[in-house]
Write a protein that binds this ligand. Structure first.
Ligand SMILES: *Cc1c(COP(=O)(O)O)cnc(C)c1O
Length: 228
């Protein structure tokens, strides 16, 4: 469904307003980046959002990311890979040179990615994904091992530049549980400050105001931006 510009403008204004309200309640110095997630929408809507001022976009599949980067290569966009990365897609992703990989979710993936980055003589910015809600359907490292793994990857994978952490909030209507998963992740993020962690990627359409109040400084939003 291709949306008209006024609809997209209204959606974007609403999201920016909600981000603003939440971030001000933390601190006027708390800055939050918005990454627009285009996975369920048409490429035309991404172009319109660009015209409205949005620059950072995310996709959760390497194939789709590749197609969209190619279709929109004329535009000065920043691309984020936010979905689970299959090992057989690592080389494809490296060739796309994304701004940030949000979903580094195991030591073995990090080792494999580092090896392939080394072979291609390049580097990649990445976040360690934490499965803070301990949901079996979600990828990510457990909260207990997250800080140690972060340090281990930093030491043993020099071609990966770790920038912080990412989580997907607990999938439940119970706000207290969603909040808990964000708080757990933010606590780990803070403990990694001396390791240089600067990005705490949490919050999607259903829960981004809460995520920001728990310390998120990057939200990944799809359906709230592209709703009809
Ligand atoms: C799809 C997706 C989002 C955005 O989801 P919405 O609910 O549409 O805002 C954010 N993060 C990840 C990892 C996703 O896969």
């Amino acid at each position: 469904m291709i949306l008209d510009k006024e609809k997209l403008r209204a959606n974007l204004d609403e999201v920016i307003w909600q981000i603003e309200e939440a971030r001000i309640s933390v601190s006027e110095h708390h800055i939050v980046q918005l990454v627009a997630v285009g996975k369920y929408t048409e490429v035309e809507n991404i172009t319109t959002l660009y015209e409205l001022g949005q620059r950072a976009f995310g996709e959760n599949q390497v194939q789709q990311l590749k197609a969209r980067m190619a279709a929109l290569e004329e535009l000065p966009l920043e691309w984020h890979m936010i979905g689970t990365l299959q090992k057989n897609k690592i080389n494809n992703l490296i060739d796309l040179r994304p701004s940030l990989l949000h979903s580094l979710d195991s030591l073995s993936l990090a080792v494999e990615l580092n090896k392939k980055l080394e072979a291609k003589e390049t580097t990649m910015h990445a976040l360690l994904q934490i499965n803070a809600a301990r949901e079996e359907t979600k990828s990510g490292v457990s909260p207990e091992e997250a800080a140690d793994l972060y340090r281990q990857i930093k030491e043993s994978c020099p071609h990966i530049h770790l920038k912080g952490v990412m989580t997907i909030g607990a999938h439940t209507e119970e706000t207290a549980l969603v909040q808990k998963s964000f708080e757990i992740t933010h606590t780990i993020f803070e403990s990694l400050g001396k390791e240089g962690a600067s990005i705490c990627s949490m919050g999607m359409s259903r829960d981004y105001p809460l995520a920001i109040k728990c310390g998120s400084n990057l939200v990944r939003i799809g359906s709230a931006l592209f709703k009809q």
